[in-house]
Design a protein around this ligand. Structure first.
Ligand SMILES: *[C@@H]1O[C@H](CO)[C@@H](O)[C@H](O)[C@H]1NC(C)=O
Ligand SMILES: *[C@@H]1O[C@H](CO)[C@@H](O)[C@H](O)[C@H]1NC(C)=O
Ligand SMILES: *[C@@H]1O[C@H](CO)[C@@H](O)[C@H](O)[C@H]1NC(C)=O
Ligand SMILES: *[C@@H]1O[C@H](CO)[C@@H](O)[C@H](O)[C@H]1NC(C)=O
Ligand SMILES: *[C@@H]1O[C@H](CO)[C@@H](O)[C@H](O)[C@H]1NC(C)=O
Ligand SMILES: *[C@@H]1O[C@H](CO)[C@@H](O)[C@H](O)[C@H]1NC(C)=O
Ligand SMILES: CC(=O)N[C@H]1CO[C@H](CO)[C@@H](O)[C@@H]1O
Length: 477
């Protein structure tokens, strides 16, 4: 995600100042890159270094929520905006007034997933998620949204970020023992790749199962490549809807060229929505910087520019404070859509619903805040045909009979009233059996069943109807 976005960030800077509309601008953004990986401590120390020694006016891009959490505090301490286009809200907004997410409101995605679940009448769902900061808000939001549509979440499957293969295996086995077969997955790309591979080995990417991925996993292909898709056949995923424009098409082409130059040997086809958010973030910052109308006196000389990273000596920045104000007010038409910040995050709109089929990601429909799920953005329409796991076009019913179990049916054995029920050559016959089988056949799924005569070894009745009912109750026919 870092590499994909960095290419976007550079392109954004190029494009912004090459645009005739910005020819008269007196401010210029200058980028200082720090590659911290996913480590929270590295990100923190890079943040302190940037604030103290480079005196940056804004920090873009703590990638994970754990990184964002600490940097957000640092931003609060120094009055420097910390902007993330990929981290999910680590805390309630408002607590850290200098942390801005230039990504969509996560809660809206929870509603979209709930709508998808309701559309298919699944009554029970199991969220499967990485137990880290990125999910502390999302999972309760998801459970709340599901409750609104009368869907139960009786079990939440948490996975530790550093789970080993053995841990994942035992988690997957426990999922398999549940009746519920609808899962909503949200975890990092690395974990997800292993998880789906093991789930496939366990036969859980097969007929009857439903896997829904939240955004970020929907783009896993763009980040980790096609091996991910091989084990994710039939998965459906949500993704922020981005309108296909001429500008976007041109940007994607330039991005592909530049990305391949900078990351030889790694194939990537599109900048992903995170990349577009990164692009728009830089554009917004450049607009905000000009609007903030800096004057020289905003930039005080740095007192402690001696390479130290001690914590207490971070000065608050007046210039950055102004920048925050104007950034929150910026609106423009960006690559990812209308850029507009409310509640410290990008205002979210429509989602695209994707189905992974072969090496393709097929768009099967949309979710819009006003009108919910539809096959088309502009008119109400059915969803496109979804190929569920196991190359199946029938909508899975959302639960599975436990393995190797059959329904045992007790049948009375008695003389008389043969029209209702009797045994003939070991097979039950009669009106009651006809009705029962008509009902079973009307079900949209198979029920393995077995008729057991209520008789002793000689074929004589073992008792009255009351005895039979009691035996059924004791599971002892
Ligand atoms: C990302 O970029 C860094 C620095 O340019 C490079 O060392 C690294 O190999 C790249 N990683 C990927 C996965 O492209
Ligand atoms: C942010 O800073 C303000 C004032 O400097 C302080 O009152 C507030 O508690 C801080 N918030 C956090 C989360 O540190
Ligand atoms: C995000 O969306 C949810 C539901 O759509 C809404 O309740 C919430 O206020 C929004 N904003 C934040 C900051 O979560
Ligand atoms: C950096 O500057 C501070 C304050 O001026 C001083 O206390 C500290 O010893 C200096 N550190 C180094 C490594 O020179
Ligand atoms: C979202 O979908 C609605 C129709 O359902 C459409 O009117 C609106 O333009 C879409 N918004 C964006 C930003 O694409
Ligand atoms: C189901 O039955 C098959 C064959 O009879 C057996 O190999 C398998 O282990 C059983 N599965 C479970 C979960 O009992
Ligand atoms: C409904 C149900 O069977 N839930 C179980 C799913 O698996 C977990 C872990 O084994 C159990 O704790 C749940 O009770």
């Amino acid at each position: 995600v870092g590499n994909i976005s960095w290419t976007c960030i550079q392109l954004a800077l190029e494009d912004f100042y090459a645009d005739a509309r910005h020819a008269g601008y007196r401010t210029r953004l200058k980028l200082h890159l720090r590659d911290t990986g996913l480590d929270a401590v590295e990100a923190a120390s890079a943040g302190i270094d940037l604030l103290k020694n480079v005196c940056v006016q804004a920090i873009v891009g703590p990638q994970t929520s754990t990184q964002a959490k600490f940097l957000a505090e640092l931003g609060n301490k120094s009055s420097v905006p910390i902007i993330s286009f990929s981290a999910n809200s680590p805390s309630r907004s408002g607590q850290t007034p200098y942390f801005i997410r230039t990504a969509w409101n996560d809660s809206s995605q929870a509603e979209a997933i709930a709508a998808l679940v309701q559309k298919h009448s699944w009554r029970e769902v199991i969220p499967v998620f990485e137990d880290d900061d990125s999910n502390t808000r999302f999972i309760p939001d998801l459970v709340g949204a599901l409750r609104q549509v009368d869907t139960h979440v009786s079990y939440r499957c948490k996975i530790h970020p550093s789970a080993t293969e053995a841990d994942l295996k035992s988690t997957i086995s426990s999922l398999k023992e549940n009746w519920t077969s609808v899962f909503v997955v949200r975890m990092s790309h690395t974990l997800a790749r292993n998880f789906f591979k093991l789930a496939k080995d366990e036969g859980m990417m097969d007929r009857g199962f439903v896997w829904i991925t939240a955004y970020s996993l929907t783009d896993i292909f763009d980040v980790v490549g096609s091996p991910a898709l091989d084990v994710m056949q039939g998965v459906i995923g949500l993704k922020p809807y981005v309108q296909d424009t001429v500008e976007l098409h041109k940007l994607s082409q330039r991005w592909r060229k530049k990305y391949q130059l900078e990351n030889p040997g790694i194939s990537a086809s599109i900048p992903s929505v995170y990349g577009l958010y990164a692009y728009d973030t830089i554009w917004a910052l450049a607009l905000a910087a000009e609007k903030a109308g800096y004057v020289n006196s905003d930039f005080g000389p740095s007192v402690t520019n001696n390479g130290s990273t001690d914590f207490d000596r971070i000065d608050t920045s007046k210039a950055a404070e102004k920048l925050r104000g104007s950034l929150l007010d910026v609106t423009f038409m960006g690559m990812s859509g209308n850029f507009c910040i409310a509640d410290m995050q990008l205002v979210s709109v429509n989602y695209t619903i994707i189905n992974i089929i072969g090496q393709k990601r097929k768009v099967v429909g949309y979710w819009t805040p006003g009108s919910g799920i539809s096959g088309s953005l502009n008119v109400k329409a059915d969803l496109g045909t979804i190929r569920w796991p196991g190359d199946n076009e029938n909508v899975p019913r959302g639960w599975l009979l436990p393995m190797n179990k059959t329904l045992q049916i007790g049948v009375p054995v008695k003389p008389g009233f043969d029209e209702f029920v009797k045994f003939e050559n070991g097979k039950p016959k009669g009106f009651c059996i006809d009705v029962f089988e008509a009902v079973i056949n009307a079900l949209s799924y198979d029920v393995p069943l077995h008729y057991k005569p209520f008789a002793d070894k000689k074929g004589n009745s073992k008792g009255t109807y009351d005895d039979l009912v009691y035996s059924v109750y004791r599971k002892g026919i």
